[in-house]
Write a protein that binds this ligand. Structure first.
Ligand SMILES: Cc1cc2nc3c(=O)[nH]c(=O)nc-3n(C[C@H](O)[C@H](O)[C@H](O)COP(=O)(O)O)c2cc1C
Ligand SMILES: C=C(O[C@@H]1CC(C(=O)O)=C[C@@H](OP(=O)(O)O)[C@H]1O)C(=O)O
Length: 391
């Protein structure tokens, strides 16, 4: 909605993934080390498949930065696909493939069939290469640039996993501060705030793997230190909750988004559903509850933003649990199965969710406080925070 935008490009097994971000102001300190840490976080998490053993994602900054500071010009980020070496002949970027390995078998739960029909391909690799969640690598790189901007003005973004399959810690997280949930999740192999309970989740994931099954789950992403008044109520497409929901739903396999208490609010009486307003001469207006998840009327209300996202189970299944499908050439039925896939990727998806929230919030910050020079913008944010306290 604002001026910030990014495009990414790249096929899952192509030579590299790239992203161009435009609209990041000048004079912001950014480091590739920070980006690489985020890329590593996205690659980890129990339940990932063989591909993650091959890739060691590292960013190369190709434009828009000099001496560690942004120029205000487009920033190009590139991550090479190590797996490309193994797929060169199949991907055949130029000319005829040396090895022709076409895919005529569409997998249920993927873009394969609709994508083939829509774009007129019988080789479904032409669809799956771009529909793959591999591209979320560069979303995380973009998000890492945005996070560096946000952190410079005291806005922190984090996430943690709430459930995988039918095991949930949703009730257990009540009462634990958001930042603590995040810190604890960073020590967990499945990214829940309870690393001591990892075995329970790992057992379920192992069982799913043995059965040729896959799992989905739920994660939460939050932002603290957010000023009041990002986004707007004046037009549908300026509403911040709508923008966040779109950003989350755009991640492969995400099927539901809630802000704050979300669907639970629907069951409550009004008197239990809203956040009462209080005033303190030192800190200004505040709330004692945060059922709204930090957003009212399409705008931030100064409380932490809390977003809950549901991911469906990974659609690629192993032989034992193959799903029925039909070959697009022969029209013969077959059982969809592959030899390599993640069993679950909820922990990784949470990191992608952080990146998407970082992007939407950076966009909203720049929309409200200006676009050109970060040093100027930072001053404005400081003054605005003071004004908010005194309002
Ligand atoms: C981080 C991440 C990793 C994923 N890994 C796999 C995978 O290994 N195998 C697979 O079939 N789908 C995987 N997916 C899910 C598919 O990309 C997704 O289900 C598919 O594109 C269709 O999703 P849609 O219906 O939401 O568009 C992954 C998704 C994410 C976010
Ligand atoms: C490569 C990544 O995720 C991939 C997402 C994905 C899919 O279909 O979405 C399928 C798998 O890739 P492959 O078919 O090469 O085994 C995952 O590994 C990644 O997250 O970096």
């Amino acid at each position: 909605m604002g001026r910030l935008r990014f495009l990414n490009a790249g096929e899952s097994h192509g030579p590299a993934l790239t992203a161009i971000i435009e609209g990041i102001p000048s004079n912001l300190k950014v480091s590739s080390e920070y980006i690489n840490k985020e890329l590593l976080r996205r690659q980890s998490g129990y339940g990932r498949g063989g591909r993650m053993k091959i890739e060691k994602d590292r960013v190369e900054i190709l434009s828009g930065v000099r001496f560690g500071y942004t120029l205000g010009s487009p920033i190009t980020l590139m991550v090479k696909n190590k797996d490309w070496e193994n797929w060169k002949d199949i991907m055949a970027v130029e000319g005829q493939p040396v090895e022709k390995r076409e895919i005529f078998n569409p997998r249920p739960g993927h873009a394969d069939l609709s994508g083939g029909i829509k774009y007129g391909f019988y080789d479904l690799r032409n669809v799956l290469e771009r529909a793959s969640a591999r591209e979320t690598t560069t979303r995380v790189a973009v998000g890492a640039v945005c996070k560096q901007l946000l952190e410079d003005v005291g806005i922190k973004i984090g996430s943690y996993v709430v459930s995988i399959g039918d095991i949930s810690v949703r009730d257990e997280i009540e009462g634990i501060p958001l930042e603590e949930r995040f810190e604890r999740a960073e020590k967990s192999e499945v990214r829940t705030p309870f690393p001591e309970e990892d075995e329970k989740f790992k057992k379920l994931i192992d069982l799913a793997r043995e059965e040729g099954e896959s799992l989905g789950g739920i994660f939460e992403v939050f932002a603290t230190g957010v000023p009041v008044g990002l986004g707007s109520y004046v037009q549908w497409d300026r509403r911040l909750d709508g923008r966040i929901a779109q950003a989350m739903m755009s991640i492969q396999a995400m099927k539901g988004v809630e802000i704050g208490e979300g669907f639970k609010l629907a069951e409550k009486f009004g008197s239990q559903a809203h956040d009462e307003i209080f005033y303190d001469p030192k800190k200004g207006f505040y709330h004692k509850t945060n059922r709204a998840g930090g957003i009212e009327g399409g705008m931030t209300n100064g409380e932490p933003i809390i977003v809950r996202v549901a991911m469906k189970p990974i659609p690629t299944l192993m032989k034992k649990k193959s799903l029925k499908s039909v070959n697009i050439k022969t029209k013969e039925p077959f059982l969809a199965a592959k030899e390599r896939s993640d069993v679950t990727a909820v922990p990784a998806a949470a990191v992608v969710g952080e990146a998407m929230l970082a992007f939407v919030l950076t966009d909203a910050i720049l929309e409200k406080f200006g676009n050109d020079n970060w040093l100027e913008i930072k001053e404005r944010i400081k003054k605005y925070r003071e004004y908010t306290r005194q309002f």
